[in-house]
Ligand binder design. Structure first.
Ligand SMILES: [Mn+2]
Length: 289
């Protein structure tokens, strides 16, 4: 797989963060993408920024309020649906590796909703479907870059690299480590997949190295839907851990040039996943890095 996905300099790009096995939100995003294809003469792209898998296996009566609307994990189905969509629209449907996917191809195993979510999902799927899922995950990139200034990663842009080549050279196999947990401490892969925040200095260095002006990522949950951090960072929550009223996705014009996250406007580039129930005044947060 190519470690860095290079997006074209034309067309519409829709960005969806952490689904964590939520089929309903996946299907809604596909609906938005297919509408964009119609509105832009077929020139639209859909990017998932990782963690498509590993949702809760919790009965409705035990569901905690802070997780948003109830859903049941459908990780296997989401991955198969993603692969089908990517085959249906060649070169237009993309995904980045998240820390949850990485566990299936050599990374440390996550333990958010089970002691070992990698083992649990592979047990549910069985050997054949597990092999297929791993094949799909191997097509995921570590970051995406664009001429419009936006850089995309799963986690915060804290990775210590000075060029796209540093990312291209990253080893995801975990083979050279004594324990997969050692991946967490690596300056590139560990940060891209696991960092929840980046200082302004780190973010500036990273986006410059990637030839961009700002980084768009998920990994962390922002209950308000999104959070701008300084001029270079925006954390977006499209699905997991957020109520339908606050879920947002990002829509970009790939032929534009965005100077920073201040150019991302509510109602233009930052859009509600479910406009019918979205809060009249979409909140969002801002903090300095
Ligand atoms: Mn994550």
């Amino acid at each position: 797989m190519a470690r860095v996905l290079r997006l074209p300099d034309h067309g519409r790009l829709l960005v969806c963060t952490d689904l964590q096995g939520c089929m309903r939100d996946y299907q809604r995003m596909v609906q938005i993408f297919e509408q964009a294809l119609l509105e832009h003469q077929g020139d639209a792209h859909l990017l998932f920024t990782g963690d498509l898998i590993h949702g809760p296996h919790i009965d409705e009566e035990d569901w905690p309020d802070f997780l948003g609307e109830y859903y049941r994990d459908a990780s296997g189905e989401v991955m198969i649906a993603y692969a089908g969509l990517a085959a249906q629209y060649p070169g237009r449907v993309h995904a980045l590796l998240g820390n949850h996917e990485h566990g299936h191809i050599g990374g440390p195993h996550t333990a958010k909703f089970a002691a070992d979510e990698v083992a649990l999902l592979e047990h549910i799927l069985g050997p054949a479907a597990t092999a297929r899922m791993r094949g799909i995950i191997h097509t995921f990139a570590l970051a995406a870059v664009s001429k419009c200034g936006a850089v995309f990663t799963h986690g915060a842009p804290a990775a210590q690299c000075d060029s796209v080549a540093d990312l291209e050279a990253a080893d995801l196999s975990g083979a050279q480590y004594a324990s997969p947990l050692d991946v967490l401490d690596t300056p590139v892969v560990g940060k891209i997949l696991w960092a929840r925040s980046a200082t302004q200095r780190e973010a500036q260095r990273f986006v410059k190295a990637m030839g961009g002006t700002m980084c768009i990522y998920g990994h962390d949950v922002v209950p308000e839907g999104f959070e701008k951090v300084g001029d270079e960072q925006i954390v977006v929550s499209t699905s997991f851990g957020v109520f339908d009223t606050n879920k947002v996705y990002v829509s970009l014009d790939l032929s534009a040039r965005y100077k920073g996250v201040q150019d991302l406007r509510i109602g233009k580039e930052i859009l509600p996943l479910y406009p019918d129930v979205a809060l009249a005044r979409l909140g969002g947060r801002a903090r300095s890095a």
